[in-house]
Design a protein around this ligand. Structure first.
Ligand code: GLN
Length: 323
């Protein structure tokens, strides 16, 4: 791709920020609590010790430590970007008629819809994300997949590829997601072709990224939708506040309230062990560590973000620091 960026070429700076990341990496690498997402058979094979932390600033600087070249599947973090694409395709008003913006307080894979609207509660849980993905425009499955992959390329500046083993592993075992799709079909909240919608959902979840990719994607959301490395617009700035609002209130599932209270910036996790967080107008943060807590959030990822928030005074409602 003409405008792709080689990670080797990115500016890596020795700095106090890098020292903080190194410090957090050594502090938490011995934390081995949690379990792999073994409900997707391919994810049960991932090395649980992998650990990387990365920050990308809105002026395009990258700070990275640990296994930052390791790729992994983006999983639920993809929901953030699919939501942006659906907003661009249909506009805010229509999307709101299909998927709400209320936190559920339930697990990410809960089989629930809002009564009486029958909408999924929000686009960050599986039901809402499947409905959102079913709305992505295109003349057929290939064009829709290509549009999703091109969208990821705008955010990362890299080619986007689907991990076929993870995709087929989830497609052949994802009956819970299939059940949600059928429930939404029953209420007319999703189109008739649910297998196509599920395929695209499983494909978007299986897109491969590494920790710096995720940090650049987050920095793009922190930077009015402009990728700070390539300088290209990845998503219409009109929708940044919609995306960040649902990330803030719903992105960490049934930990979203405590996350907002303690850590205080929008974030999204995935069962791959990634957490992507956005500090608006400042930076994107990404952590990858596959061992998950009972809510499906990376154990080390939550700890690292909590410490980063405190040490760098990143909580959005922090009033005690300087500007
Ligand atoms: N592909 C996963 C699923 O649908 C994504 C879930 C997640 O990352 N929380 O179950």
């Amino acid at each position: 791709m003409a405008n792709s960026v080689n990670p080797e070429d990115l500016e890596i700076l020795p700095s106090p920020l890098l020292a903080v990341l190194n410090d957090l990496h050594s502090q938490y690498k011995s934390l081995n609590e949690g379990t792999l997402a073994n409900y997707i058979p391919e994810l049960a094979k991932v090395n649980p010790d992998l650990f990387s932390i990365c920050i990308a600033t809105v002026d395009g600087k990258i700070y990275q430590v640990g296994d930052y070249q390791q790729t992994f599947t983006i999983q639920s973090i993809s929901k953030v970007f699919a939501y942006g694409l659906a907003l661009e395709d249909h506009g805010r008003d229509y999307i709101l008629t299909r998927v709400g913006v209320e936190p559920t307080g339930d697990a990410f894979n809960a089989i629930i819809l809002d009564e009486p609207s029958k909408r999924p509660y929000n686009p960050m849980v599986n039901a809402g994300a499947i409905a959102i993905t079913s709305l992505i425009k295109g003349s057929g499955p290939t064009e829709r997949l290509n549009r999703v992959l091109e969208m990821f390329q705008r955010y990362t500046g890299q080619d986007a590829l689907v991990d076929i083993s993870v995709f087929t592993s989830e497609r052949s075992t994802g009956h819970r997601n299939r059940a949600m799709a059928h429930l939404m079909l029953n209420f007319g909240m999703i189109d008739h072709n649910i297998e196509e919608a599920l395929d695209l959902y499983f494909q978007q979840c299986a897109v491969m990224v590494n920790c710096p990719d995720l940090a650049v994607m987050a920095a793009t959301l922190a930077n009015k939708g402009i990728n700070p490395v390539t300088g290209k617009q990845a998503v219409n700035n009109l929708y940044i506040k919609d995306i960040l609002s649902v990330m803030y209130t719903c992105g960490m599932y049934n930990f979203a309230g405590e996350w907002a209270y303690k850590i205080g910036f929008p974030a999204k996790s995935g069962v791959c062990g990634g957490i992507m967080a956005v500090v608006p107008r400042k930076m994107g943060i990404a952590v990858f560590s596959p061992l998950l807590d009972v809510r499906g959030n990376s154990v080390r990822g939550v700890k690292v973000c909590e410490e980063l928030s405190q040490r760098l005074q990143l909580h959005l409602f922090e009033c005690s620091g300087e500007d």
